[in-house]
Design a protein around this ligand. Sequence first.
Ligand code: NAG
Ligand code: NAG
Ligand code: NAG
Ligand code: NAG
Ligand code: NAG
Ligand code: NAG
Length: 807
Amino acid sequence: MSLLSALSIIFGWMLHVSFSATNTHYVFPRRTFPYQSELRMFREEGIFNYSTMLMQEDLGVVLLGAREAIYALDINNISVRKTAVYWRVTEEKQRECTYKGKHAEVECRNYIRTLHRLNATTMYVCGTNAFSPTCDYMTFSNGQLRLKGKQEEGKGKCPFDPFQRYSSLMVGNDLYSATSINFLGSEPVVLRSSDLALRTEFKSSWLSEPNFVYMDFVDESVDSAEGDDDKVYLFFSENAMEYDFYSKVVVSRVARVCKGDMGGQRTLQRKWTSFLKAHLDCSLPEPSLPPIVQDVFLLKHKDWRKSVFYAVFTPQSGSSQASAVCAYSVSAIRDIFNEGKFKTPVAVETSHVKWVMYTGEVPVPRPGACINNLARKMGMNRSLDLPDKTLQFIRDRPLMDEAVRPLTGGPLLLKKGALLTRIVVDSVLALDGQRYAVMFIGTENGYIQKAVNYAGEMFIIEEVQLYENPAPITILRLSSSKGQLYAGSAFGAIQMPVSNCSRYDTCEDCILARDPYCAWDFSTQQCLSVYSLSPSSNPALQSLKEGDVSQCPTPEPVAAVDFPLVPENNIQLPCQLHSNLAQVLWRFSDQTLHSNNKYYIYSGGLLILSATKSDAGLYTCDSVEQINDKTYNRTVAVYRLQLSSGPGLEGSTTPGNEVTDSSNSIPSLNTAAPGPDQGGEDPLSPENQRDSGRVTRLEVAVALLSLLCLSLMGVIFWIWSRGHWECTKFAKSSSANEAKRHSAEYMHIQNRTSEIKLLGPESGRPCSANNNHSAVDFKGNGEHHFTPMANISSLDGLGYINDESEI
Ligand SMILES: *[C@@H]1O[C@H](CO)[C@@H](O)[C@H](O)[C@H]1NC(C)=O
Ligand SMILES: *[C@@H]1O[C@H](CO)[C@@H](O)[C@H](O)[C@H]1NC(C)=O
Ligand SMILES: *[C@@H]1O[C@H](CO)[C@@H](O)[C@H](O)[C@H]1NC(C)=O
Ligand SMILES: *[C@@H]1O[C@H](CO)[C@@H](O)[C@H](O)[C@H]1NC(C)=O
Ligand SMILES: *[C@@H]1O[C@H](CO)[C@@H](O)[C@H](O)[C@H]1NC(C)=O
Ligand SMILES: *[C@@H]1O[C@H](CO)[C@@H](O)[C@H](O)[C@H]1NC(C)=O
């Protein structure tokens, strides 16, 4: 065994210990399924950036937009390409674009960014077209895709810059789009392209360097007692105006406009009269700048009041790697817009403006409200009839005072590691008659996390690797009726079933997976999809909230496998658990084994160092998994170690296990890997052990490493204590000015704390205890920001003035 692999074991272990100790509310997927070549994939040689998708379930196709190409793919098997159409940028356009300083092969191409359905045969499609956005009509008929060649100006409907996030939505024949309307990308708009085009005001109080992520439609006019209008909701992030930072801070927003808006008559002519926005709150457990919304999905309910937006957030500063999912009910957002207080700008000192709660009189009709019965009673049937007073109010104050809070008070999911990028949510009817919202979340390294929140318990059922090479998932779509997910990345599109219950081959596995799509069918003795169970057949078993396996048939006892014991050899007994969340428990003659100088317990099994005759006997590997308050033990493997005469055995093998010669080397495990999961991550994988690994060398290495570890801990403790001292010193500096001088120092400490977080719960945040009134964070560009604040865990505590009267 090489020093390197020994090192990786020890550090892997340190990491593991620290993780489990400090971050109890961050969840890990219970199962990990590596890339499978059976997943259906689509890509064409030489074509990249598969990032626009339009599901056409009635036509049986998925339309996929890529760079200079649009495909119609079979919705049941996206590897099957039905037809394609290419829309390449002209040489002239490309030349113009390069003259303006853009990269010919990267930016000066036509990236398809918009694909919307107009009717069963016609679609609307836009591309960046070498920084000259252009739209066209496209038909799909007789199995052929055709561009109509009726090219239209795409400015404001589609971004110029292929790298810019953007969102659009087709409602009837009206295209709603949120993007930049100019070449430089400096003029953001939320635009409705219709007979009566409307857009946002060019004011930083409306939109300040926004990053648009999602739009959706809610038919709030249905059953509305107030005679309210339908709405379009928009999610984005932008520079905050309401916080008093020295530098830019980005916040997440939800905004909305009314479908029937026609703009104002004199004030807000051809502009939205109903554009309102609010801060979207999703607090992470650690003190940090507000996280940034990356994607949203609207889980629709027949009654729109019960529809819920699910949003993915990632941290704003580079120091943290935690992502979150928060959910917001449509009614909660609506209440804030319909009844909440407004924020208003107030000039302080010379040119500085603060945004504070507006406490004055609000004009009637209420600014930003859609035309409803109340307005109609006042003789105002259209937004054009609204009085100037109402319009001027909303023109200057589009921001609501109160933030929109998550439905459950906090995140539904918190996850460390690869950042989350996209989300879709399926509503699954489980056997208990309840519906569960199953979240499918794409990551920046090409995985899908499948997660549920069971009454406050965050739970990731599994993670599935979609791409062989890590690539961010840039688009994710769901077909509930087909039970399929479709993901896109720079390199291709992939289709994945929402569940694959056949992966669970025992009743215990099936129940412990707690997957609402899967149930154990007693008659066929299989884990089956709940959709394939016929209601009349034998009852099937599911236990989602509890993971209760007590009704499963008693499993057959695990048969003991004979294993030869060669004295003075190292012996490796493999044992692969079925869950990342389970802990392994090795027993030898009813004694629990622990890692020490004789035994080494690692993720793939047990290593007995330099075995002696007394090691002969029965070894049991148990999996111990905690579900809520209950502990589930089950035996995964049993070995019977029997003494054999060493050298005579050379070359002979027990089934699957090859025992090497008697020269003290670790027996290598040939094809013994019991599960498909045993692979690269296993520090004792066959490759690592094959070449050599004498016990003496291992022992020396371990001893050396222990020394190294001890000295490392010493160094870390030294850093920690210094950090602690400097924090105390920092906390004493009372005035903001003095604190500002010290902030660089504090930043330093923050950096250090992130290193030493690995050690344990106390060391995680040496500063937080005595430093409640100040916080510093910094952005990727190395700038740092300082603000005096009362409570940094939630933005509401930030020290801005809550009320005009306080100034
Ligand atoms: C999907 O289509 C590809 C290409 O035609 C084919 O090779 C593959 O077998 C199909 N898969 C299934 C499950 O039908
Ligand atoms: C679909 O929409 C297009 C464009 O609006 C229109 O020209 C065409 O007639 C429509 N087709 C049908 C079948 O409605
Ligand atoms: C397009 O894909 C390539 C990978 O081939 C990637 O480098 C590039 O960033 C992608 N462009 C956009 C606009 O996403
Ligand atoms: C508004 O609509 C009502 C009923 O449709 C009509 O009676 C009234 O005259 C309209 N008012 C205006 C100002 O157009
Ligand atoms: C489901 O899982 C089984 C077992 O791992 C695998 O063989 C099969 O290909 C999977 N099915 C799909 C549709 O991915
Ligand atoms: C399961 O394991 C736990 C922890 O090791 C132990 O305390 C408990 O007694 C075990 N339960 C059973 C039923 O074996």
